[in-house]
Design a protein around this ligand. Structure first.
Ligand code: RIB
Ligand code: CA
Length: 315
């Protein structure tokens, strides 16, 4: 077994964020060294509490949780996503409180310190609004430059939006931050709706890990509201676990088929605000190009997630 990849998850739990964190904990290929929280699906205080409780659910309250930005960089996010994730962000499921306290350092400080001291390259999976990563770029550019891989759940090249006709939620929540990050030279994989919507976790898969033990059962319970939302929003007979696919790419580099594209975020105030404009006319040679995920085997991805989550109760 090769040396596990040091991993940070920047997150706004969030139902699919919770599954993504559990997936990382179930995967020996990665060593989850830090969770940084950001506003997004629900308010920062709630996303932070949820991160602590999800780690505790899996017996990993040793993983530090550092709270980051409570609001977007420039303009406030128009609304949260309680109608999708539940008012408290975990589908109405009340997990047991963690014995761990939130890390006293702001997220960008904790992340910078980890990046500046890690001998191995660190992978950062950003599965919420990109406010923390944009702040890291501005406040600690030397630390940001040490990110080995940045895997972003966000945007859409060909599938339009999910929070508006044009915009995917994470980019829409803070378009200015998304532009700062996607327009930077950071080695970035963009895992957008093009591949996440093709990765549907069906009820049979959910039942598999639900039956594996108490952790799997809680994960399945958290998903139930998301399952109901997916049926009504996407008409899918299952649930789209966006963030878990991004973490799958972090765990298995190259799992997704990517093409280097120039990407611009619409930071205007028209109907397209928060849209990722992906130039699919050419393969880009620019230093600021983004590896945009364009191919996925959704069935393989869903089975990988189910298999790993089923293993949590056996660890
Ligand atoms: O568009 C999907 C993204 O928005 C996911 O990260 C989900 O958690 C929500 O934040
Ligand atoms: Ca998220």
């Amino acid at each position: 077994m090769p040396v596990p990849i040091p991993l940070v998850i920047d997150t706004d739990p969030g139902i699919d964020d919770a599954l993504a964190i559990l997936l990382a904990l179930a995967s020996p290929e990665v060593d989850l060294r830090l969770v940084t929280t950001v506003h997004g699906n629900v308010e920062l205080a709630q996303t932070t509490e949820n991160a602590l409780r999800v780690l505790h659910l899996a017996g990993r309250s040793d993983v530090p949780v550092a709270a980051g930005a409570a609001a977007s960089l420039v303009h406030p996010q128009p609304e949260r996503a309680g109608h999708v994730h539940g008012a408290a962000g975990l589908g109405g499921v009340e997990l047991a409180p963690s014995p761990a306290a939130v890390d006293p350092r702001p997220a960008v400080v904790a992340l910078a310190e980890l990046l500046l001291t890690s001998p191995e390259p660190v992978t950062v999976a950003a599965v919420g609004p990109l406010t923390n990563l944009a702040l890291l770029l501005r406040v600690f550019p030397d630390a940001a430059a040490r990110i080995g891989r940045l895997v972003v759940m966000g945007g859409s090249a060909t599938r339009g939006g999910n929070v508006t006709a044009a915009a995917e939620f994470n980019v829409w929540a803070d378009p200015e931050a998304a532009q700062a990050v996607l327009g930077s030279p950071l080695p970035t994989v963009l895992v957008g709706l093009d591949v996440t919507l093709a990765t549907v976790l069906d009820e049979g898969g959910i039942a598999r890990f639900a039956a594996a033990g108490p952790i799997g059962a809680q994960a399945a319970a958290i998903l139930q509201q998301y399952l109901d939302h997916a049926r009504s929003a996407y008409g899918t007979a299952g649930v789209v676990v966006h963030d878990a696919l991004a973490v799958t790419e972090a765990i298995r580099p190259g799992f997704l088929g990517t093409v280097r594209r120039d990407v611009v975020v619409d930071t205007g105030f028209g109907a397209g605000r928060g849209q990722t404009l992906v130039d699919r006319r050419t393969v880009s040679g620019a230093a600021t190009a983004v590896d945009v995920a364009e191919q996925v085997d959704g069935a393989v991805a869903a089975d990988f997630l189910v298999s790993r989550l089923s293993g949590l109760d056996r660890r």
